[in-house]
Design a binder for this molecule. Structure first.
Ligand code: SF4
Length: 423
């Protein structure tokens, strides 16, 4: 993806120029990876280790520009990528110190907030974990994907699965109390038995993890893996198998005390990822690094409290263009997408992500919000149809909540609701 997108003349400053609420969350994107996995469509590229320092310098400039738009204290930070744990420990030391000096981290340091760093199991060392913990990081998310060499190979992930429990143990030893794991299912060639073994291996990790994200392999349009699928080099997992894997997963994790709180995310009660919840609830967050996307809700007069409209933007997804832009514009990244506040879009986005959550959506607020932009009767009828089909519960505290069956068709239910939001 590097080099594809052209930035407009706008910078992230334009998205933050109007009245908006202070953002309680911050996302940082680290684009370096060992290798480009052929299913991946995130902005990332192979690290040559010669640009890490310049990257951290530019990130510091950008964070300085963003800081006045953050709430004090900040509630969540998430460092994703790419492979953030590829950054050298001395650069992590510099970066965490800079973040600590630039933002109010009192909430996070007191354990009431959350600071997550995504880690590749191969890159986790005692030194890195100590540096992260000393810097304020209190949660790691380790990309396991599978514990089976054959399936890791199918994904082009080259880590040794033995290093996953090792990495999590090192994080625990360093005092990083909150630990999560990512798995992928419906990998070509993977059987239900293989998948069960992966999940059981994850559950047997000691000390136990509190959170697990399980994603079905998706074939994004512009990836090498999708091109290979189209060329007939392998077959995708059948839909029925994917459903069987998911249904087994939900039940197995429930028995293990990890409840589904979003379609693909499971946690012990209270261990849900607060940062991702901020996304799914359409709150405000700032974004730093190439390709990072931000969202801030407008302040003041709001068309509706259910889905306050906001500015969305995406930093240019190209390291050199991002670094040059940040240096040229007092820390402000060029952007490739900037969407200005729009009531209808805000309601649509709230439905799209909120319906995937266990907490669901407040029905009366949704209908009231829809009525502020037009006739909500068609939306009301769509809700009734989804209920009659057993995809939404009849009524849970006035919320629209997916049933077990509804979770299998979550995107379709959301699409039906979104298509009947008045224009
Ligand atoms: S490690 Fe993650 S971000 Fe990097 S290429 Fe692979 S899937 Fe993409």
């Amino acid at each position: 993806m590097q080099g594809e997108a052209q930035a407009s003349d706008q910078t992230a400053r334009d998205a933050l120029s109007g009245p908006h609420e202070p953002a309680r969350s911050l996302y940082l994107h680290v684009p370096f990876c060992f290798h480009k996995c052929h299913y991946c469509d995130f902005y990332s590229f192979v690290d040559t280790r010669d640009r890490q320092e310049a990257f951290v310098d530019a990130l510091a400039l950008e964070l300085h520009a963003l800081a006045p738009h953050a709430a004090a204290p900040l509630e969540t930070i998430f460092v994703g990528g790419g492979t953030p744990s590829l950054l050298r420990p001395e650069l992590w030391e510099r970066l965490t110190r800079h973040i600590g000096e630039t933002f109010d981290l009192s909430h996070i340091r007191a354990g009431r907030g959350e600071w997550t760093v995504e880690c590749n199991p191969e890159t986790v060392t005692p030194e890195l974990m100590r540096v992260l913990r000393d810097g304020g990081v209190n949660r790691v998310s380790v990309g396991a994907q599978s514990f089976d060499h054959r399936h890791l190979k199918a994904l082009e992930r080259w880590h040794d699965p033995e290093n996953v429990p090792r990495a999590l143990a090192l994080a625990a030893d360093a005092g990083i109390e909150r630990r999560s794991l990512d798995l992928i299912y419906a990998i070509p060639g993977q059987t239900l038995g293989d998948w069960k073994r992966d999940v059981e291996t994850a559950l047997a990790i000691d000390p136990p993890i509190e959170h697990i994200s399980c994603y079905a392999l998706t074939y994004e349009p512009n990836t090498a893996m999708t091109a290979r699928l189209r060329r007939g080099e392998f077959q995708a997992a059948p839909d029925e198998l994917e459903v069987e894997m998911y249904e087994w997963l939900v039940e197995r994790l429930r028995v293990a005390g990890l409840e589904r709180y979003e379609v693909s995310n499971f946690a012990r009660r209270g261990a849900e990822c607060a940062h991702n919840l901020a996304y799914w609830r359409q709150r405000s967050w700032l974004a730093a690094g190439p390709s990072a996307s931000g969202h801030v809700r407008t302040a003041g007069e709001r068309a509706n409290a259910f889905a306050p409209p906001g500015n969305r933007w995406k930093n240019v997804p190209q390291l050199t263009a991002w670094m040059d832009g940040v240096k040229r514009s007092e820390g402000w990244s060029p952007v490739v997408e900037h969407e200005t506040p729009d009531d209808r879009r805000a309601i649509i986005e709230r439905v799209m992500t909120g319906l995937r959550l266990r907490e669901g959506l407040d029905e009366a607020s949704l209908l009231e919000a829809a009525a502020t932009i037009g006739d909500a009767s068609e939306l009301r009828a769509t809700i009734a149809r989804a209920r009659a089909s057993g995809l939404l519960y009849d009524d849970i505290d006035g919320h629209l909540t997916l049933t077990d069956r509804g979770y299998l068709f979550a995107d379709g239910v959301a699409a039906d609701l979104m298509s009947t939001i008045p224009s």
